[in-house]
Design a protein around this ligand. Structure first.
Ligand SMILES: [Zn+2]
Ligand SMILES: [Zn+2]
Length: 344
C-alpha cells in the first residue's frame, strides 16, 4: 500500500467533480477490494499508479491520470502468461496503434467504463473475480458522513426505490419514526459520498461490519426487526430523568438535539468551519487538554430561541444546534429545567 499523499497527487491531476475523477476513485476502490497493492508510479510530470497482485513480483496494470480521462495499461509482462489477452482486448476496446513498449492501453472516462474494463479482465482471468474481491475495504468508505446518511434516509422516506438494494431481513435503521433497511441507507449514502455506484455486492451489512459501525458512529440506531421502536430520546442519566418528568420542554429539547444523525452532522460542520471542535460557551478546547479523545467532551445542544416558533413538526436545522463541552451542556440543561418548573 502506498502513502495516501502519493495517491492524492495523482488524483490532483483529474478535474474535480469530473466523471474521470469518479472513474479513478472507482478503479482504486476495486483494486483495493481485490487486494492489489497500489503504488505511485509517477515519473516526471506523468502521474500514474501501478497495481500489483500480492502473488506477482511486479505490477501488471497501471493507470495514468489526465484531467478528463485515465489511461489504463495492461503492462508488457502479461501476454507471456495470457497469450490471447491483448488480441481479446483489441477485439473488445479497439487496437493500439503505436505500441513500441508492447503494452495495451485504453482510455476510461467514467465509472461505467471501469465496469466494462473490469468485467473484461475478470473474463480473461487476470483480475480476481470472487464475490469477496468486490467488497470495498474500510478505508474506501471513510468519506461517508452523517450528512450523506441523513440525505439517504430522507430519500428512502420520500419513496426513492431505484437503488438496487432489497428490503432488510434482520435489522432496521430508525430514522424520524421510520424503519429503513440499513444496507440501502448506507449504499445510497456511500454512492453520494464517493461519487461512484456502490452496489449490494460491494459491502456486507451486519454487526461488526463497517456499514453498521459507520451508521452507528454517526448517530443512526440500528435494531433487530423484532425490537420496539424507542420513540423517547435516550435519557442519559437519573438527573435528566428527574427533570424530564416535570418538564415536557426538556424532553422536547432532548429529542431535538438527539434527532438521528444531527449531532454527528453538526460536529462535522463545526469542524469543517473552525478546523477543530471547541465549546461555544466557555471556549474550552478539549483536544488541546486531552488529545484526540477529548473530542468526546463536545456535545451538541439545541439553542432554544423562540419556543413559540417551534410548532409541532418543527424540523431541527444545523443552525439551531451548538457545540458545548459536557460541563456547559449540563449547566444549560439545568437552566432550561429551572425555567420550566420554576425555582426550587
Ligand atoms: Zn464549555
Ligand atoms: Zn442540550
Amino acid at each position: 500500500m502506498t502513502a495516501p499523499d502519493d495517491i492524492a497527487a495523482v488524483r490532483g491531476v483529474l478535474e474535480p467533480g469530473s466523471p474521470a475523477l469518479a472513474a479513478f476513485d472507482y478503479l482504486l476502490a476495486h483494486a483495493s477490494a481485490a487486494a492489489f497493492e497500489i503504488a505511485d508510479s509517477s515519473h516526471g510530470t506523468i502521474r500514474s499508479v501501478a497495481f500489483r497482485a500480492p502473488s506477482d513480483s511486479r505490477p501488471h496494470f497501471s493507470a495514468i491520470a489526465n484531467p478528463r480521462h485515465i489511461t489504463f495499461y495492461l503492462l508488457s509482462g502479461l501476454p507471456s502468461a495470457h497469450p490471447a489477452l491483448f488480441a481479446a482486448a483489441s477485439a473488445t476496446f479497439g487496437s493500439v496503434t503505436d505500441n513500441r513498449k508492447g503494452e495495451y492501453r485504453v482510455r476510461r472516462h467514467a465509472p461505467q467504463e471501469i465496469d466494462t474494463l473490469l468485467d473484461f479482465l475478470r473474463t480473461q482471468a487476470v483480475w480476481p473475480s470472487r464475490p469477496h474481491d468486490r467488497r470495498f475495504v474500510r478505508r474506501t468508505f471513510e468519506p461517508v458522513s452523517a450528512a450523506h446518511i441523513r440525505r439517504a434516509a430522507q430519500q428512502l422516506v420520500a419513496g426513492y426505490a431505484e437503488h438496487g438494494f432489497g428490503p432488510s431481513t434482520q435489522y432496521d435503521l430508525l430514522f424520524e419514526g421510520h424503519r429503513l433497511p440499513p444496507k440501502a441507507v448506507f449504499g445510497i449514502a456511500a454512492t453520494e459520498a464517493l461519487g461512484f455506484p456502490v452496489r449490494p455486492v460491494n459491502f456486507t451489512a451486519g454487526d461488526g461490519e463497517s456499514c453498521f459501525r459507520i451508521l452507528r458512529e454517526n448517530g443512526f440506531p440500528i435494531v433487530s426487526k423484532g425490537e420496539a421502536l424507542d420513540s423517547e430520546p435516550a435519557i442519559a442519566d437519573d438527573e435528566e430523568r428527574a427533570w424530564s418528568e416535570g418538564a415536557q420542554r426538556l424532553v422536547t429539547h432532548l429529542r431535538r438535539e438527539r434527532a438521528t444523525g444531527l449531532a454527528a452532522e453538526k460536529r462535522d460542520a463545526f469542524r469543517a468551519r473552525h478546523g477543530r471542535l471547541y465549546c461555544e460557551r466557555c471556549e474550552m478546547d478539549p483536544v488541546r487538554t486531552y488529545g484526540k479523545a477529548g473530542e468526546a467532551c463536545i456535545e451538541v445542544h439545541h439553542r432554544e430561541t423562540h419556543v413559540a416558533d417551534m410548532e409541532a413538526g418543527h424540523r431541527t436545522r444545523l443552525e439551531d444546534l451548538m457545540c458545548l463541552c459536557a460541563n456547559c451542556h449540563r449547566v444549560a440543561h439545568r437552566e432550561l429545567a429551572g425555567k420550566q418548573i420554576g425555582p426550587g
